[in-house]
Ligand binder design. Structure first.
Ligand code: SF4
Length: 216
């Protein structure tokens, strides 16, 4: 029994649209609020509002779907302090728990069972100064680093960061994802192949299936 609560925008069951578990049925717990303003943000509806729920209520709602995978996302979930406690509570229930985070808040103290999917914000996101590069040392082989690429310049920047931080040796997967509607999917795919980059190209499966609707 926990006294803690967080503000929640939505909890829903869908297919994971990104990362290593793409295509697998997953419960999404979307926390409200984000201190960043990436120009391509597709979850602005999660910036404000939401409903305060206790961690027990959240766990009960998640359990009602009987999932294997649970993804805690936002907004920026770590902007709410009890998020860390929520992640541990979900791990304790036996789920495979992932955290989607902007990379702008510290990952210190996050339960080691959680798969961290951390963004490194590119220059064309508009939020590159927010990257907390100290977080990279807190990632391990089950974690993933994601670059959302908006342009060729972003791609070159991401390629540079890949080598500067030896990301491929530090994490399980580096994801290069085209910013929806801003960079041609084939262009990004071709750049990766031409440069023989050891990264995974991904696009947002949920956008292909359901467009830009909340709740998927
Ligand atoms: S960090 Fe994520 S939720 Fe926050 S503004 Fe950027 S894309 Fe949107």
């Amino acid at each position: 029994m926990s006294e803690s609560s967080v503000r929640i925008t939505e909890i829903f069951y869908s297919l994971q649209g990104e990362s290593r578990t793409v295509g697998l049925p997953t419960v999404f717990v979307r926390l409200t609020g984000c201190p960043l303003r990436c120009q391509y943000c597709d979850s602005e509806y999660a910036f404000f509002g939401g409903e305060r729920m206790s961690l027990d209520e959240i766990c009960a709602k998640v359990a009602s779907y009987q999932p294997r995978f649970v993804c805690v996302t936002g907004g920026e979930p770590l902007a709410q302090r009890p998020c860390s406690e929520l992640l541990t509570a979900l791990c304790d229930q036996g789920y495979e728990v992932s955290l989607e985070t902007s990379g702008a808040l510290s990952l210190e103290g996050i339960d080691s069972r959680v798969v961290k999917v951390m963004d490194l914000k590119t220059p064309d996101s508009g939020e590159v100064e927010r990257n907390l590069y100290e977080n990279i040392a807190l990632l391990d082989s089950k974690d993933q680093v994601k670059f959302v690429i908006c342009s060729r310049q972003d791609y070159d920047w991401a390629r540079f960061k890949l080598s500067e931080y030896s990301l491929v040796d530090k994490v399980g997967e580096v994801l290069f994802s085209p910013s929806y509607g801003q960079v041609d999917l084939k262009d990004l795919a071709n750049w990766i192949v031409e440069d023989n980059l050891p990264v995974r190209f991904q696009f947002q499966l949920h956008k292909l299936l359901w467009g830009d609707q909340p709740g998927y």
